[in-house]
Design a binder for this molecule. Sequence first.
Ligand code: PEP
Length: 249
Amino acid sequence: MSRTMLIAGNWKMNGLAVDGVALAEAVAAGSSATLCDLLVCPPATLISAVGNAMSGSRVALGAQDCHPEESGAHTGDISAEMLVDLGCDFVIVGHSERRADHGESDEAVYAKAQAAHRAGLIAVICVGETEAERDGGQAEAVVACQIGGSLPENAKAANTVIAYEPVWAIGSGRTPTVEDVQAMHAHMRATVSASHGTYFADQVRLLYGGSVKPGNASELMGLTDVDGALVGGASLVAGDFLAIAGHCS
Ligand code: PEP
């Protein structure tokens, strides 16, 4: 097993050019002091400028979504190939905000992940239960079902990252207990082992996301089956993002 930890920042719909470039420059400047892989996913409007600002650093560039098709009559959408053209290596697909705001089904997420792979991108596939599903004792079943429906059959560990993001923990300041996070990640690894084999399960990186901050990163990142974090709010402050990365070996 050799999984390099990954700390990924999801800036969501935040930042104009001046702030985004300054944030990217600060993350890039601090990145040499970290040991894990780093990824920044700015809004589409800033991908090019952020890529330029981080050029030559060890921070990878990603996007927050892609369309399943390569090109065509899809006004306002951006294809995975276009993201590669902008210098991206990663794309987030199936974030719960897109599943909720845009009605994205597992089938749609599967198609987006396939498109990412087709273009040569690493797909960060997001899954996670709602609070009602957790309270109803269905969290593990929901996440297994999302993985089953969203993870392409021919996905490789090298082109896939899976992020567990309980919907109720995103932006709320609340997190599951470390025992619950470890149990879910072990369950996810067992799920993908059954569908994609033991090599995939041993190698694929499983990120935790949902209110990760410098103050809770140490205990979360120390869990056996947690290979990094998908960070929202705290990724908008370079010092916090880098402090989270500082808790990874
Ligand atoms: C996210 O939206 O992916 C996320 C984890 O957000 P936050 O860290 O703000 O909870």
